[in-house]
Write a new protein. Sequence first.
Length: 366
Amino acid sequence: MAFLYSRIEKEFVKEKKPIPDLHGVPFGSLFTDHMFLAEFDTEWKSLKIVPFQNLSLPPQASIFHYGVGIFEGMKAFRDSQGKVRLFRPDKNCRRFGDSAKRLALPVPDPDELEKCIAELIRVEERWVPHERGFSLYIRPTMIGITPSLGVKACPQCLLYIILSPVGPYYPTGFKPVSLWACHEFCRAWPGGTGCYKVAPNYGITVMPGEAAHDKKCQQVLWLFGDDEQITEVGSMNLMCVWINKKGEKELITAPLNQGLILPGVTRDSILDLAREQPDLKVTEEVWKMKELMEALEEKRVLEIFGTGTAAVVSPVNKILYQDKWLDVPVDPADPNAQIGPYAHKFLMQLQDIQYGVQDHVWSVPV
């Protein structure tokens, strides 16, 4: 049968949990009362909203042995009128389908998936925080559960959605991060899965991330190839605002056509907003560590920041490259700044859209 929102069955908890104060709650540690479950066995068998619960899976399930799993990350926001809004859910639902296809998993209709997400949020509406900076994090996930050790497409899988109320990524204000420019490890390569949101992409970054922490860095700056192309930072896209060699003020970020970076929804949104800036050239092309070092030496770098769902923007102030620290200006006009002018501008614009302050097609009422 087809994956259809109209097929959803509902089972509710007998007693709802109290909602605690979200200040100081670690990201992804608190979950709502209900979850969405859809079972696939050569066809979609059932779609349900049920009490949040553990999963029971056979030890030979594909997810455990071969990492056959995908996920998405998105958020719901509450505006000043009390209405709940999703931010560009169509982009996430289509990317979910792209990831599923890459792992030979069934592809749910993106429009129907978006409707299912919205319905789960309506059931859990009381969990959407009222305070700006807070949101309801949404984690759609699909895993292969075929009980076989064969390396093959999974005729059986489970799609589930869980919700987690979260606070600001920087609860006490912005703190620029330091990066370890890493060429010892590779996050993605042409023809691989770096441009999809598949589970194995993230597991392989844990050890390099720990190595970065040992070097007193918060994140890994992923370099690719002998020419050390700059790709991503941690699990975020990366952008740089600099004065290029032609004397133009330019925002540069790695391109999508190599398959090395995730097509981030925040990335895409910031690029669209940046193109509206009359004084800023926007470029999606390969840029290299050598070029960045040269620009830093010539004082042409204005600011560098990561972009992603969790933090929206994450300013950078230092890069460790070949055991040498490179100072990155957060804001050349203010040595005490914790966030640069462009990163701050894009953050405010996106949050105004997300929280319904600015009317925009990206903000979808639930």
